[in-house]
Design a protein around this ligand. Sequence first.
Ligand SMILES: [Zn+2]
Ligand SMILES: [Zn+2]
Length: 273
Amino acid sequence: MLPPDNHIHTQFSWDTRSRSSMIRACEQAVSAGLPAVAFTEHVDFTAWGERDLPMNDVPEARAKGGIQPLDVEGYSASIQECQERFRDLRILSGIEAGEPHLFSGSVADLLRQATFDRVLGSLHSLPRDGLLVGVGWFLSAESAYDVVRDYCAELLRMVESSDVFEVLAHFDYPRRYWPRGAGTYEDAKVEEEHRSVFRALASSGRVLEINTASPLVSATALRWWYDEGGAAVSFGSDAHTPNRVGDGFEVAMDVAEAAGFRPGRDRFDFWRR
Ligand SMILES: [Zn+2]
Ligand SMILES: [Zn+2]
């Protein structure tokens, strides 16, 4: 029995648009045998709002780079339409909030517009030359492990200073851009940094995501989450096209099991220790 896919993008995400559709993602979920899906659209901001918490050395927030606000009304209508059409699939609403600890006021304003079942917290960017920049743009062979350390330090600040999200998405995001010249990624070099993040997340009772769009987390690294008291894991394909919904879950389930996690209370639940 597959777990829910708790991290999917559709046409309502600014970086997805015509590459996907909520209906086609639901069709794929049904044919893959998934019990539930959560449509977690990107919520990113390019300018500091009044009640945000800007970084001192990042006056302009970030370059626009195609980022668009979420059409909450259109999104909610589409969720409702799919819930009526796909009766045997549990369909949850959601968002993937980017840097929610910095854009705290802006995220809160968005959350007042509708109810979202799943709120993921994501870190995609770190400050570079006065702007927030996606880590993929500056990860180099020489800097690779330093970037992972900086990323973990910012993740820790995010976990400690924002309680708006329930699931920490792709904690291993820099690995998506791992440069060839940096050699094979070695978990052991950044163990303490990850344990610090996991300890803070576990103590706040939240959930760690196993993201199957990233190179799959090792059972060793996931076991750190278990050791630090992590109670639950969420599976997320981070699909930006319908064919990737539920992708890689069989192997991800094996890794979760090897790290000590099992299916939860029912087939819609997170996996738990
Ligand atoms: Zn993301
Ligand atoms: Zn995503």
